[in-house]
Ligand binder design. Structure first.
Ligand code: CP
Length: 308
């Protein structure tokens, strides 16, 4: 039995197979409509979510399965003091696979160690968000045709943004990637990430101004300032509008630069950018459903070759 805690849990070859499956699902949705009949997904979300929870639920329903779960820790027995270990043992009696989001780093890992069903980390604190990374990689591969030889700018809250940490971890396995980290001093990418890049001899730069670096980028990954992880509101208010991607900044970019964002967006991308053909963040949401369908099929060890 396999779990997904970190994008590195899958080899590059396994990811390729997963993305091939996701692209086949995109083209032949009907073929997969009954693939998980009789199976149940539990979504255990101890933190708010729109995309991740609903795209997991949509993915399972598209596969003919059903969904149970909770979307708020206060409506679960966690509010009475039940541990994650006990909760997953209980959920294992009800469901075939579980997607868990938790504010504490490592909580889904604890759940996986006590679980008799596959557990998927749907975001743990400021640590990792592997299914967002699968979504990001599938979007890039599908729209650009490759996952190598890019200069990627990651902009915004690089300190607390778990999607950023997961994506960097995943991209270092591909050739010819250069990272440009664009953030205010207070929200710089953690040292453990820059140490890892130095160790692997992967080029990166850390800059403050987005405008200066726009012409160089093949991909721009915008992120929101993570209000829920700040210790005081004053710092959040000071930093929240540090970057706003607007039409004027987009004019500095390459004609085929792609803008990604894990969403939700607050102010960091002006709505006037939404109609720019380079804005890929809503397509990204759709790819999230395909890749979660592929992931559920893979972790449930479904024989997809026998589907017609
Ligand atoms: N991208 C993402 O994780 O969105 P939600 O918080 O809405 O799930």
């Amino acid at each position: 039995m396999r779990h997904l805690m970190n994008p590195l849990d899958f080899s590059v070859e396994e990811l390729d197979r997963l993305f091939d499956l996701a692209n086949d699902i995109e083209k032949n949705m009907g073929k997969y409509a009954h693939a998980c009949e009789g199976k149940k997904l539990a979504t255990c979300f101890y933190e708010p979510s729109t995309r991740t929870r609903l795209s997991f639920e949509s993915a399972m329903l598209n596969l003919g399965g059903s969904v149970i779960g909770f979307s708020d820790a206060n409506s679960s027995s966690a509010s009475k003091g039940e541990s994650v270990s006990d909760t997953i043992r209980v959920i294992s009696c009800f469901a075939d696979i579980c997607a868990m989001r938790h504010p504490k780093e490592g909580a889904p890992m604890v759940a996986a160690s006590r679980s008799s069903i596959p557990v998927i980390n749907a975001g743990d604190g400021g640590h990792q968000h592997p299914t967002q990374t699968l979504t990001d990689l599938l979007t890039i591969r599908s729209l650009k045709g490759r996952l190598n030889n890019f200069t990627i700018g990651l902009c915004g809250d690089l300190k607390f943004g778990r999607t950023v940490h997961s994506l960097i971890n995943a991209l270092v396995r591909y050739e010819g990637i250069k990272f440009i980290f664009i953030s205010p001093e207070e929200l710089k990418v953690p040292d453990y990430i820059t140490d890892m890049l130095k160790e692997k001899n992967i080029p990166y730069e850390e800059v403050i101004r987005l405008e200066d670096t726009m012409p160089e980028l093949d991909l721009l990954y915008m992120t929101r300032v993570q209000r829920e992880r700040f210790f005081n509101e004053e710092d959040y208010v000071r930093l929240k509008d540090f970057y706003i991607l607007d039409k004027a900044k987009m004019e500095l970019a390459k004609p085929d630069m792609m803008v990604l964002h894990p969403l939700p967006r607050v102010n960091e991308i002006s709505v006037e950018v939404d109609d720019d053909p380079r804005a890929a963040y809503f397509k990204q949401v759709q790819y999230g459903v395909y890749v979660r369908m592929a992931l559920i099929l893979t972790l449930l060890e479904t024989d997809t070759d026998s589907l017609t």
